[in-house]
Each structure stands twice: as C-alpha cells, then as structure tokens.
Design a protein around this ligand. Structure first.
Ligand code: CTP
Length: 499
C-alpha cells in the first residue's frame, strides 16, 4: 500500500486541520480526486480539495470552519455537500455515497453509503485515489482500481464498465478528452469504445456544462488533439454538428476540395504557434471561420468548387451556435462574428489598384481587432507549396502596409494646427467666416508640408507673414513658403523673434 510521507502534514497546515477534525469527530475522511492525482503528477499542493467523509459532511464542515475561524461558504444538504473556504483553499466536503441514475435524467438519487460504493461512482481510475486523513489511515493511499499504475502508464480508464460510467454522467466523456489532452494521456481502448457508444447521450447534458468542459479543451495547449478526439468519438457531432460537417471531401469531374475540418485544425495550430496565449474567443473564431462552407459549397463547371459568401453565412451560423450553447450574446459574440465575416477580406484587398476607401472600410470594420483578423488570415494559409505560402503572407504584409498608410493620411487630414480660429479672429479683429478659415488652412498646410514645425510660436510667426496677403485678397507669394521651408536659418529666426 502506498503512503504519503507524514512530513507533508508538518509542512502543510491545511492537512493538519483536516486531520484534526477527522480525529475529533472520530470518523474516516479522505482527500480524493484531482488534488491527489495532480499531487502524484506534479508534487504540487493544489488549492481545490475534495474531501469524502464516512460520516456527516455538514458536521465535518462546521467543525472545520470553526477551527479555521470562518463559516460554511455553501451547503447543499440534499446532496450531502458543504463547502469551506480558507486562505486560497476551497474545500468541498461530501459524504461517501451511492449514486443511482435513471436513463432519462443525469441528476442521480444520492444517499450515503460505505466507501466501497463511493469508489464505484468515480469517473476514472486516476481520479479514484483516496488519501486518508484520520489517525488510523493518515497518509495511506487507497487505490482500488490501479490509478497509480494508470498515472505511470498515462492512461485514462474508467474503473468499471465504461458504458455505465458514461451513461450515468455523459459529461465524463468530455472530461476523458480534457484529461487526455491536458495531461498528454491516451484513452484506454475499452474506455474509448465506451465513449463512441455513449456519445449520443451527451444530448441530456446542459449546454452550460458542455461548454465549460469544452472551453477547458479549447484553452489547453493542444486543442487540436482534443478536437480530433471529439470528432473521432462522435462527440463533436452532438454539440457542434456545424463543425463536424466540415469534415470530408467531395470529388467532381476529377476535382476534390480540401477537407475543411483538417484545414480548420491546421489553422488553429498555426494560430497558436504564432500566439500561444490566444484568447478563448480568438480560438472560437479560428474554429468557426469556415463554418459557412458546407452550406455554400457548389461545383461550377468553369470555376471548380466555390464557397461563395461562406463568410457571411458563417457569421450567421456563429450566432445560432452561441445561442444554442448558451454562450454570451454580447461583444464576445460580435467579435467572433466579425472575424468570421471579415476573414476573406484582406486577401481580396491585396491586389494592386485597390482603392484607399476599400482599405479604409476594412480598417474601420475590423477596428481594434484588425491585428487579430490578420493573424487569423495568416494562419488560414495552409497551402503546402512554399512559394504560394510566401506570396500569400507577403500579400497580408502589403495590406497592413496600406492600412498604415491610409491611417496616417487620415490622421493628417484630421490634423488641427496649434493656432485656433479664435486666435486668428482676436489678432486681426475678424468675425467668423471664410477669411479665418483661409488663414487657418494656410498654416495647416505649412505644417503638413513641413515648412514650419507644429508649434504655436512658429505657427503664429508664419501667420503674421501670410495673413496680410490673405486679408488683402492676394495670393501668398510662393517664396514665403519656399523661404520658410528651405532656409533653416530663417526658420530659426521665426522661432526666436517670437519667443
Ligand atoms: N467526478 C466524477 N464525475 C464527474 C465529475 C467528478 O466522477 N462528472 C469525481 C472524480 O472522482 C473527480 C472528483 O469527482 O476527481 C472531483 O471532481 P472535479 O473537482 O470536478 O474534478 P477534478 O478531478 O478534481 O479535476 P479538475 O479540478 O482538474 O477539474
């Protein structure tokens, strides 16, 4: 029997407190689940502790809270569960129990039961590891199904019949994939077969629970492995049929289109290699960027396969998906829709001769998400032909360069000189009108042309030179502008005379 060293108790006050409570109450208590699993894997002391008591959990929680100088944070008496928070720890205390499921519902009938029955209700062998807290078994590891061996073999395996485990709580099928991806484990073949068999039962799980689990997969460092497993097991079809429908190719007149599911995975992979910390919503955008393709697919005699308007259709599907999965229908939805809608635009703007206004429209529509959009577009280049790839990427650079140029132009167009209309009116005793505007414009142009620096004194001096002409209705002599521009000495003179 494996044993955790008791020195751990000396180092970790939380363990001392839990053990002291178990000893005071005189009934067995164990830490179980993720805390034990992760301790074995990384040696770290986690902050989420699941404690199983063979005795009243509420009493355990009350005694613990009192000892820690706090109160019970939450209680679900019907399920024999109580939660205590202390420092950064969250301790969930549950009674050792039996769970009975009916086929229609995933809410089990719960009743306290001996520990051997608690073993049987655990999802995976690696999550069915118990560390004794009470004096008689302090530090003892109970490993009823060979979980420690499975940790070493890197295996996800159900303790009993997988069909039963997954049918009881179908969310466990997503958990299996989440653990496999997060820990870099394999799913043991019988367990895998159980998932394939029970996949349709995911339908009885609420969208909130599904997305919470799916987000953990999507946010893991290797989400494409998770997506591939979700697809292969038939789970993806249950909650994201639009993405599952991307898989496969079709051949007509000797032309096949690419497998858009494989392509989507590649896009996510490339996106994460450029930006490993990509947000959840950027990951969603990459996942859904081509979701409109199956519905817009046509074979054209001349053009071959086309997916005309798939971006727009995709953006509409994004909303349906967000609604169905109870995802937020706020700016996060709009962000994903925006990227899906615009992801074809930059490449279309990369040709020569595209107008400023087309570039401006893209920049305005993408707004602050332009960088994310371009990252998505770059990741969307999955051709294996290195020259084509290079050309596409350079095209995006060209679009970004054009965007910067147009933005700079626009900034200049909006630029206001340091001399305001009121300054001009006061100096020349003018009423608001065309003359004031003309003087101001003359100064503005002088600054934009680099004739004078963008400073009040220089602008005021320039005004004093040019205004008499404008007020007299005469053209400003060209040499005045030339002088100011070409002779550094003169420019300095302007500055010093008015400082
Ligand atoms: N459990 C289960 N079936 C579920 C959820 C949980 O059998 N659908 C059991 C497992 O034994 C699990 C324990 O309850 O280890 C605690 O569950 P939870 O805190 O949700 O997950 P952890 O395994 O602790 O993992 P993590 O904290 O990484 O989510």
């Amino acid at each position: 029997m494996t044993q955790l060293p008791l020195s751990l108790w000396e180092a970790e006050p939380i363990l001392q407190h839990l053990s002291a409570v178990a000893d005071t109450l005189g009934y067995p208590a164990y830490i179980v689940g993720g805390w034990v699993r992760d301790f074995f894997l990384s040696g770290e002391i986690g902050s989420a502790l699941d404690v199983v008591t063979v005795g009243n959990p509420t009493l355990f929680a009350e005694t613990l809270a009192q000892r820690l100088g706090t109160t019970i944070a939450a209680e679900f008496r019907r399920f024999y569960v109580a939660v205590v928070r202390w420092q950064h720890y969250e301790i969930e205390i549950v009674a050792s129990r039996r769970e009975s499921y009916t086929p229609e519902s995933r809410n089990p009938a719960v009743e306290p039961a001996p520990l051997e029955e608690d073993f049987l209700r655990r999802d995976f062998t690696i999550n069915a590891l118990y560390v004794g807290l009470h004096a008689a078994e302090r530090g003892t590891i109970l490993d009823p199904f060979g979980g420690i061996r499975d940790l070493a073999r890197k295996l996800i395996r159900t303790p009993t019949d997988p069909a039963r485990t997954f049918s009881d709580d179908p969310l466990r099928m997503l958990r299996a994939i989440r653990f496999a991806v997060r820990l870099g484990f394999e799913i043991e073949p019988t367990t895998y077969a159980g998932i394939r068999q029970e996949a349709p039962r995911l339908q009885i799980v609420s969208p909130e629970r599904i997305t919470e689990e799916f987000h953990k997969i999507l946010l893991s460092p290797d989400p494409t492995r998770g997506l591939r497993l979700l697809f292969d097991t038939g789970l993806l079809e249950q909650f994201l049929p639009e993405v599952a429908a991307l898989a496969g190719t079709e051949m007509q007149q000797g032309y096949a289109h690419k497998d858009n599911f494989a392509h989507t995975l590649k896009v996510i992979e490339q996106l994460l290699s450029e930006r490993p910390q990509a947000s959840l919503w950027l990951r969603w955008a990459a996942l859904l960027h081509d979701v409109g393709k199956p519905r817009t697919k046509r074979f054209d005699e001349k053009l071959g396969w086309t997916f005309h308007l798939h971006e727009e259709v995709g953006a509409r599907l994004v909303k349906d998906i967000f609604k169905r999965l109870h995802l937020p229908l706020d700016e996060r939805l709009r962000y994903v829709q925006k990227l899906v809608r615009l992801h074809g635009r930059p490449i279309a703007l990369a040709q020569e001769g595209v107008t400023d206004s087309a570039i401006r429209r893209l920049a305005a529509e993408a707004g602050e998400d332009l960088e994310d959009l371009i990252l998505l577009c770059r990741s969307d280049v999955t051709t294996r032909n290195p020259r084509r790839r290079q050309r596409f990427l350079e095209n995006f650079d060209r679009v970004m360069q054009r965007v910067r140029e147009v933005q700079q132009k626009d900034q200049l167009a909006r630029f206001q000189p340091p001399i305001r209309g009121e300054d001009i009116m006061r100096t020349y005793n003018l009423q608001p009108g065309a003359l004031v505007g003309a003087i101001k414009e003359e100064i503005r142009q002088a600054i934009l042309d680099g004739i004078i620096p963008n400073e009040y004194n220089a602008a005021f001096a320039y005004m004093q030179k040019v205004a008499p002409y404008i007020l007299a209705g005469k053209p400003v002599p060209e040499e005045l502008r030339q002088n100011a521009q070409n002779k550094e000495g003169e420019r300095n003179e302007i500055r010093t005379t008015h400082e």
